[in-house]
Design a protein around this ligand. Structure first.
Ligand code: NAI
Length: 332
């Protein structure tokens, strides 16, 4: 199939081209992201392949449909950036990569927690500048801390198991609790309010939906423990950034680790060094010593990139051959 890839970087091309030797699709890579104004680039193609910050809203989908596009292949797990209702009405199929490496994301969440706790990011800079003092580097033992996990799907379960493994007490909330997982004894499901009240560390592993948008807001933060650590490796829109900045300023939130950010599409995956950052909220966040931001890199391991390429191209081949689309995303 002729496939137009949007928002591509050198590493996308490298992994896709390597795996495509078995599929022989005709792949064209565009650096630009997909939105209404760039949909025209797909005029000579049969499918488009997009990533987390491409915007497949109704207007974009209508344009793509007019140009003959019948398949949107997401090379990621989340699909909050696709208007599924519009896609269904237009007869455009949507496929995704449901699990490329849940370990990569869970392990990145752990890396953020340990960095924020033991302040290795600060120690790294200090020692390189000849400062060997321990002032303000004190952390805490992880063992015995209560970790609240929001969303116990593929990533949340691995994360919960890792935290249990290092001696934490793990509680979780999920509207669809996995009873078998709970019976294995590493995690206990509790109501959301108890998660807010009891957690020393909170980690988000649920999708962004209208229900979960801004689940971390002023009301929820008020219920949390003082100096709580909040980690978000899921989607930026789960967190009300302004409420979090306020809570950091008065010390309610003691540590913040963000791999995703609600306005990330204007920032992440780009080298903006030398530019004036126009986003005042992320600029403010970057001034706090107890905030660690990574630019949506939790998934970024060799294993995950290989799995993404294999599943994406297999999804496209399945569509081309009229096979059952096992990774199709439908309105639930
Ligand atoms: P999954 O679909 O396996 O699990 C999601 C879980 O969240 C399900 O058990 C679901 O019942 C639960 N859930 C749904 N609404 C909820 C709510 N309001 N409150 C609590 N739980 C809720 O998804 P998976 O693979 O574990 O991924 C989780 C999220 O991680 C994705 O939605 C995506 O946004 C994010 N992600 C981030 C990556 C990164 O590089 N930072 C890479 C891959 C995924």
């Amino acid at each position: 199939m002729k496939v137009a890839f949007f928002s591509t970087k050198a590493y996308d091309k490298e992994f896709m081209n390597r795996v495509n030797k078995q599929h022989e699709h005709k792949l064209t890579y565009f650096d630009t992201s997909l939105e209404v104004s760039t949909a025209i680039l797909a005029h000579d193609y049969e499918a488009v392949c997009i990533f987390v910050n491409d915007k497949a809203n109704k207007g974009t989908l209508q344009k793509l449909h007019q140009q003959g596009i019948r398949l949107i292949a997401l090379r990621c797990a989340g699909f909050n950036n696709v208007d599924l209702k519009a896609a269904e009405e237009l007869g455009i199929k949507v496929v995704r990569v449901p699990a490329y490496s849940p370990y990569a994301v869970a392990e990145h969440a752990l890396a953020m927690i340990l960095t924020l706790n033991r302040k290795t990011h600060i120690a790294y800079d200090r020692v390189r500048n000849g400062n060997f003092s321990l002032d303000r580097l004190m952390g805490f033992d992880m063992r015995g801390k209560t970790v609240g996990v929001i969303g116990t799907g593929k990533i949340g379960q691995i994360f919960a198991s890792i935290m249990h493994g290092i001696g934490c007490h793990v509680i979780a909330f999920d509207p669809y609790p996995d009873q078998e997982f709970e019976q294995e004894g590493r995690v206990k499901y509790v109501p959301l309010d108890e998660i807010w009240k009891a957690s020393d560390i909170l980690s988000l592993h649920c999708p962004l939906t209208p229900d979960s948008h801004y689940m971390i807001n002023e009301e929820a933060i008020d219920k949390m423990k003082d100096k709580v650590m909040l980690i978000n490796t899921s989607r930026g829109g789960l967190v009300d950034t302004k409420a979090v900045i306020k809570a950091l300023k008065y010390g309610k939130i003691g540590y913040l680790g963000l791999d995703v950010y609600e306005q990330e599409e204007n920032l992440f995956f780009q080298d903006l060094s030398g530019h004036i950052i126009q986003d005042d909220d992320i600029s403010r966040l970057m001034t706090f010593p107890n905030v660690l931001i990574t630019s949506h890199q939790a998934f970024f391991t060799e294993n995950a990139m290989t799995n993404i390429a294999e599943t994406t191209l297999q999804n496209i081949s399945d569509f081309e051959e009229g096979k059952d689309l096992k990774n199709e995303v439908k309105i639930s």
